[in-house]
Write a protein that binds this ligand. Structure first.
Ligand SMILES: O=C(O)CCC(=O)C(=O)O
Ligand SMILES: [Fe+2]
Length: 298
């Protein structure tokens, strides 16, 4: 038998009745797939119903949602006029410009290029000097000594301080407290996340957590995003985990997301599926004893 035989039998016209049946099946199938896709996107894939608090293409002057405070702050020393009485979450795209975010990202890239975790999540803490390398951390300042000045410039530190200051003012204003009552606390760090498989617990950034529980000193958490969701990376959305509907913040370079650090703001980061996601976690405490200084060019 030859190939032409196969071809000729395939090209035989099906009776009209069979054609209509096929068409109906195809249309029904397409509808089912479409409905499935719609439902999947509404349900956010695997974790229940999701609402978008900040969409990647929105430019938000400011959005603030108040949520009742948890009792987490009661088990810590209270600082009146600072410790959260008003809790919630806010997002703004107009405090840090896209250009400033790009420059801050260059600082992160420069520093993180000196090391990097074997797994998907690397951090650089300009305050303590901690940098992920392989499965561990090194102290960048101890390792480089005076040569660190060939890596970072005075302008880098100035920009970092300036950005930190404006984020602090934004947080203070949103929660009705004085910016002077807030102190930067640790860990405050750059993060770089890609889709490489985790190698140690430090790489497992996607677990739901409460910052006040995880980091102790945090009263207000802020995040400055340095990459764009779906342009630079996929997955990696920030999710406030809630009964009812989760609320997502889609990262966007220059976007500042901030919230009170107690369990009223349980959250997680989705796994990054492709690309690289850069962000800075900037944390504030009301306890002066837990305050840290800005990094300086010394
Ligand atoms: O990068 C993010 O979007 C969140 C990071 C975070 O939850 C944290 O640093 O505690
Ligand atoms: Fe967190």
């Amino acid at each position: 038998r030859c190939l032409c035989f196969v071809l000729s039998t395939k090209s035989v016209q099906a009776p009209r009745e069979v054609q209509t049946k096929w068409l109906r099946t195809a249309v029904l199938g397409a509808c089912a797939v479409l409905a499935g896709l719609l439902l999947w996107s509404r349900l956010g894939g695997d974790d229940g119903i999701t609402e978008v608090l900040a969409h990647r293409s929105e430019i938000l002057p400011g959005r603030f949602i108040e949520v009742p405070c948890s009792e987490d702050y009661d088990s810590h020393r209270r600082f009146e006029g600072c410790s959260p009485r008003k809790c919630g979450r806010g997002v703004t795209d107009t405090v840090i410009s896209r250009d400033e975010a790009q420059r801050i990202r260059s600082i992160a890239e420069k520093g993180l290029s000196l090391g990097g975790s074997d797994g998907g999540a690397s951090i650089l803490d300009l305050h303590s000097g901690a940098l992920s390398v392989g499965k561990h951390f090194v102290n960048l300042y101890r390792y480089f000594g005076d040569k660190i000045q060939t890596v970072f410039s005075e302008e880098d530190f100035q920009l970092y301080r300036d950005v930190r200051q404006r984020v602090q003012l934004t947080v203070a204003r949103a929660f009705g407290i004085s910016a002077a009552a807030l102190h930067l606390t640790k860990p405050t760090f750059f993060s770089r996340i890609n889709s490489t498989q985790a190698r140690t617990a430090h790489d497992e950034y996607w677990h739901a957590h409460v910052d006040k529980v995880t980091y102790g000193s945090f009263d207000y958490t802020s995040l400055l995003y340095l990459s764009d969701y779906l342009d630079d990376f996929g997955g990696g959305r920030f999710v406030f985990v809630e009964e009812g509907a989760n609320k997502t913040v889609e990262p966007r370079a220059g976007r500042v997301s901030f919230f009170t650090s107690g369990s009223e703001n349980l959250h997680r980061v989705e796994k990054v599926h492709w690309g690289t996601r850069y962000a800075v976690t900037i944390a504030f405490t009301c306890n002066p004893d837990h305050g840290i200084a800005d990094p300086a060019f010394t």
